[in-house]
Design a protein around this ligand. Structure first.
Ligand SMILES: Nc1ncnc2c1ncn2[C@@H]1O[C@H](COP(=O)(O)OP(=O)(O)OP(=O)(O)O)[C@@H](O)[C@H]1O
Length: 326
């Protein structure tokens, strides 16, 4: 369905003006190679600045790569970027083009631009607004909606006038749980009922894990791992996650707690540790069997999630090397 080879893009260096420092050139995508199969929900994960949006803009014909090829459904998108709009629907990170329109008109106009008759565009618009539970705000201009509502309205517009490939850049940003669920259900339905292929850029690893068939993890412009969520999780299968939540300050004056702190990622009262199974058992025994127990509010032991893989890949440079597939 979609094949990417040797894709490269370098943003040029800029000279500083009026005392502000210039910026060096950035290699935003670096020899990216990807294959997405028809009917697949394919995720693109990676830290801020990894190159995900740049890659997506190159795939959707909005940005010309410096080198490399993009073929979607047999079309050469680098040579014929204008063909992209006929084969894919793209939800970018910004909505400015639609902001002046009402939700209803934004959805209808997208359908018309994609070649639907007025009657069909209106029928599809109504179906999609109902499906996403936003019929009640259909008459309001996008610019007067909350961030999450606006995002959902843009998502609705993307779905009208169906395309075989959906490219969604952070579709659920700013959305409440109900809206998020509606997005994932709509994505899943289009794949299950209509065989749509979906390329999804996301930071929300936990939500994405339930819908993604395969995931490519990007870092510094490169794809550093590409596998099923289960396959990626096997790479950290030797580890267990221990979460400790302290009532107040952690009692670091206790030797067993001070020792654990060396391995902990601290977030307020919560400590998160990734340990080998026997170390995890010893850690839990140490904090529950002695004086530290009185300071503990909660603790959990869990098998690794896709988020752990993501953190292991992106969290430390040494981790990145160890997990790159040969
Ligand atoms: N127009 C631009 N000019 C110069 N550098 C840019 C430009 N756009 C992006 N970059 C740089 O290219 C790199 C990749 O950016 P990109 O937006 O593709 O990352 P991303 O993975 O989508 O990040 P995020 O998760 O924050 O959206 C970053 O280092 C970024 O600073």
């Amino acid at each position: 369905m979609c094949s990417v080879r040797g894709l490269r893009k370098t943003y040029p260096a800029s000279r500083g003006r009026r005392g502000t420092p210039g910026t060096p050139a950035v290699r935003a995508t670096d020899e990216v190679r990807l294959d997405i199969a028809r009917g697949e929900i394919f995720g693109l994960l990676g830290p801020n600045g990894a190159g995900k949006s740049t890659l997506v803009r190159q795939l959707t014909g909005l940005m010309r790569p410096d080198a490399g090829s993009v073929e979607i459904l047999g079309h050469d998108i680098v040579r014929h970027p204008e063909r992209a709009s006929r084969i894919l629907a793209y939800l970018g990170q910004e909505s400015t083009a639609l902001d002046e329109l009402t939700v209803s008109l934004a959805a209808e106009t997208t359908g018309r631009l994609r070649g639907l008759s007025l009657k069909d565009a209106r029928a599809e618009r109504d179906d999609v607004l109902d499906e996403l539970g936003i019929a009640a705000i259909a008459g309001r201009p996008l610019k007067k909606l909350s961030g999450g509502q606006r995002r959902l309205a843009c998502f609705a517009a993307v779905l009208v006038g169906e395309r075989p490939l959906l490219v969604l850049d952070e579709p659920t940003t700013g959305m409440d749980p109900v809206a998020r669920r509606a997005v994932w259900a709509a994505v899943d339905r289009r794949r299950a009922e209509r065989g749509a292929t979906v390329l999804l850029v996301t930071h929300n690893v936990i939500e994405a894990e339930t819908v993604l068939d395969r995931v490519a993890v990007m870092d510094q412009g490169r794809v550093i791992a590409c596998d099923t969520p289960a396959g990626l999780k096997e790479r950290v299968a030797g580890e267990v996650r221990v979460e400790l939540v302290w009532r107040q300050e952690a009692p670091t004056e206790l030797a067993e707690v001070a020792r654990l702190r060396e391995h902990a990622v601290e977030s307020g009262r919560r400590w998160s540790l990734r340990l080998a199974p026997d170390e995890a058992r010893r850690a839990v025994a140490a904090v529950t069997g002695g004086p530290a127990f009185d300071f503990l509010d909660d603790f959990t032991l869990a098998t690794p999630s896709l988020e752990d893989v993501y953190l292991a890949l992106g969290g430390s440079r040494s981790g990145v090397k160890g997990l790159v597939k040969a």
